[in-house]
Ligand binder design. Structure first.
Ligand SMILES: *[C@@H]1O[C@H](CO)[C@@H](O)[C@H](O)[C@H]1NC(C)=O
Ligand SMILES: *[C@@H]1O[C@H](CO)[C@@H](O)[C@H](O)[C@H]1NC(C)=O
Ligand SMILES: *[C@@H]1O[C@H](CO)[C@@H](O)[C@H](O)[C@H]1NC(C)=O
Ligand SMILES: *[C@@H]1O[C@H](CO)[C@@H](O)[C@H](O)[C@H]1NC(C)=O
Length: 441
């Protein structure tokens, strides 16, 4: 009798879940929008002042959530949690992006005490995160060994070379991980930053090796209107046919480039071609043809790849795929958190609709470009961290993007960051993968 009742409840639940799939997706859309409005908008460090007025953000997110959702293509994407990139695209027999996280008792090679360039919002140790289990894992490909980045060897290989990571705040997060790992051998010296500290360049003096992070969240030319809190006062004006000169001007002088983009594309934007408005995404005040963000992202990616192929660039160009967030039990603006303390099992998390759309476009455009690039001898590689990052819900700052958030009040309500990554943290493994691709790719 009891069993029967349980069965009924189960099947009812299954039915209900299906019916509500749409609502869940809408929720996910909301989360991502929220993040985009706030975290990725903000100036130098991703998050300044987020907690000041969450309601502005929520209003923005809510009013636009519906559009984002309805703009998502109708077909269901079967981009699975295990991404179907072909191993030969990574230039080897072993697909180093297919594997799992294994215990790493040695822990990270740097800490908040030894590396002083960790963005304060991602400095989980200093900010008081108490659990440390998330630090003791490393990525292990299924079919081969992945050594940890050997800082001395890496710097030796990079003597007189120039690197740049080009993209949004996750690129900044990534570059800081790399600099911290290398700091074991030599500390990087900051030699340049722009006015807003969005673009920066570091030099390793003994190696004459420079690493830059170049702020270019769309990769294309864009006018972005935002106030100090990251609240936009005007739709983004995005030129789909013009690449951002902030990186094109430097591209030829670089030996290694890692591009990345994606999340900023869900923002309200007016799209231009030949300096004329051709449509917009979620523009409320204007009567323009609504174009989905995927349309714009695909167009710009295509242009980026064509630029890479046409450039006869002698170095190596990577495209890093977009990374997922892990908000649970709510959105970022409704108390969503990421409290897990260890990696997830495959299948625990699904890629959000947004991430599926972005990832699909990235893979498709890369595949098209890759064939052309290899014909021309241009080195273009996919750096596909999407699914391995999905397995690390435990690696985000959560409330610890603020300094000691619970010292005064154990029950303080803080907005969580479940998008960027703690340093040290999971994205340190991205650099093991990079080294592998540089040496053996
Ligand atoms: C690093 O984090 C520890 C706690 O994990 C803290 O005691 C220490 O003060 C921090 N160091 C710095 C330089 O912030
Ligand atoms: C440093 O590297 C740059 C290329 O990145 C090169 O043009 C320059 O000559 C190098 N300087 C020295 C002193 O080797
Ligand atoms: C390029 O950088 C300058 C200065 O940092 C900035 O004003 C401009 O908006 C940037 N261009 C784009 C397309 O982001
Ligand atoms: C979500 O809520 C459930 C049930 O209250 C709880 O067990 C779980 O730990 C929560 N997850 C997070 C990430 O907060």
């Amino acid at each position: 009798m009891v069993r029967k009742m349980l069965q009924n409840v189960k099947s009812w639940w299954g039915y209900w879940k299906k019916k509500n799939n749409l609502i869940v997706k809408l929720g996910i859309g909301l989360v991502l929008l929220g993040i985009c409005f706030r975290m990725l908008y903000s100036r130098s460090s991703g998050f300044e002042d987020v907690s000041e007025d969450p309601f502005i953000i929520r209003d923005n997110a809510e009013s636009s959530a519906h559009t984002v959702f309805s703009n998502a293509p109708d077909e269901t994407y079967d981009v699975p949690s295990k991404v179907a990139t072909l191993p030969e695209e990574r230039g080897g027999k072993c697909d180093i992006f297919d594997g799992n996280w294994i215990p790493n008792p040695a822990g990270p090679v740097y800490s908040n005490d030894t590396c002083n360039i960790i963005e304060k919002h991602q400095n989980c140790m200093t900010n008081g995160r108490e659990d440390t289990g998330y630090l003791y894992w490393r990525w292990s490909p299924r079919d081969c060994e992945l050594p940890q980045l050997d800082a001395e060897r890496f710097l030796e290989i990079m003597r007189n070379k120039r690197w740049a990571l080009i993209g949004d705040s996750i690129s900044r997060n990534h570059v800081q991980s790399l600099l911290c790992i290398l700091s074991k051998v030599e500390e990087a010296v900051l030699v340049y930053h722009d006015e807003g500290w969005k673009s920066r360049r570091w030099l390793f003096p003994s190696y004459n090796f420079t690493i830059s992070v170049i702020w270019s969240p769309f990769l294309a030319e864009a006018a972005i209107y935002e106030d100090i809190n990251g609240v936009s006062t005007h739709d983004v004006e995005l030129h789909l046919d013009k690449l951002d000169m902030n990186w094109t001007a430097l591209y030829q002088s670089l030996d290694y480039v890692i591009f990345s983009s994606g999340k900023w594309y869900v923002k309200s934007a007016i799209y231009y071609e030949h300096n004329k408005e051709v449509g917009c995404h979620k523009c409320t005040k204007r009567k323009l043809t609504e174009l989905e963000y995927g349309f714009a992202y695909r167009k710009v990616l295509n242009k980026v790849f064509n630029h890479v192929i046409a450039s006869n660039h002698k170095g190596v160009t990577f495209y890093r795929t977009s990374t997922p967030d892990h908000f649970e039990n709510g959105t970022w603006s409704t108390g969503g958190t990421c409290k897990r303390t260890e990696p997830a099992k495959e299948g625990d998390f699904e890629l959000s609709e947004l991430n599926q759309v972005l990832h699909k476009i990235e893979l498709e455009e890369f595949r098209k470009a890759s064939a052309k690039a290899s014909k021309k001898g241009v080195k273009l590689k996919l750096f596909d961290v999407t699914s391995l990052s999905l397995l690390r819900p435990d690696g985000h700052p959560g409330p610890y993007r603020f300094f000691q958030p619970f010292v005064k009040d154990r029950n303080a309500k803080v907005i969580n960051d479940c998008l960027h990554w703690c340093l040290p943290g999971p994205i340190d493994s991205w650099n093991d993968l990079l080294m592998e691709m540089v040496v053996n790719g």
